[in-house]
Design a protein around this ligand. Structure first.
Ligand SMILES: [Fe+2]
Length: 144
């Protein structure tokens, strides 16, 4: 699996903590038996519909994105539209995987690496510029 490194730090503690949480989740959710109906060793019952691992990731990133989008709305961030579109692109892709019966157990490397690459690129393309803008304009208190 591709390494998900620390990546760009935004300077906004709540966003950095949420991104750290996503890294923590991605390091663990693909381990045997975690969030998977197939169970340890992949011997459980699963009809390969709506992968529970992908659903867990969708729930986590959905909460993170909602928080970031609230920060952007509250501070009238000028790049909010493009940033929100980028969030939506990941959620859309994960929902396509859910409906296409992608299994994050059998295809764990593929699912993990898609998300890891998206997170690294999104951090550089969107989260880091948001943090730089917010901190330099002091529109968001550093404790948020
Ligand atoms: Fe973001």
């Amino acid at each position: 699996m591709a390494a998900l490194t620390q990546g760009a730090v935004t300077g906004l503690p709540s966003i950095d903590a949420a991104n750290d949480g996503l890294r923590f989740l991605l390091e663990r959710v693909f381990q045997p038996g975690v969030e998977c109906r197939r169970g340890t060793g992949g011997r459980g019952e699963c009809d390969f519909s709506r992968c529970t691992r992908i659903e867990a990731i969708v729930r986590y990133v959905g909460r993170n994105f909602a928080h970031q989008e609230q920060v952007m709305a509250d501070s009238a961030y000028p790049e909010a539209g493009r940033h929100c579109d980028d969030h939506a692109s990941l959620l859309d892709h994960l929902n396509v995987m859910l409906h296409a019966k992608v299994c994050a157990d059998k295809d764990s490397v593929k699912v993990h690496d898609y998300i890891a690459h998206w997170v690294i690129e999104h951090a550089q393309r969107c989260d880091h510029p948001l943090g730089r803008w917010a901190v330099t304009r002091r529109v968001v208190p550093p404790t948020l």
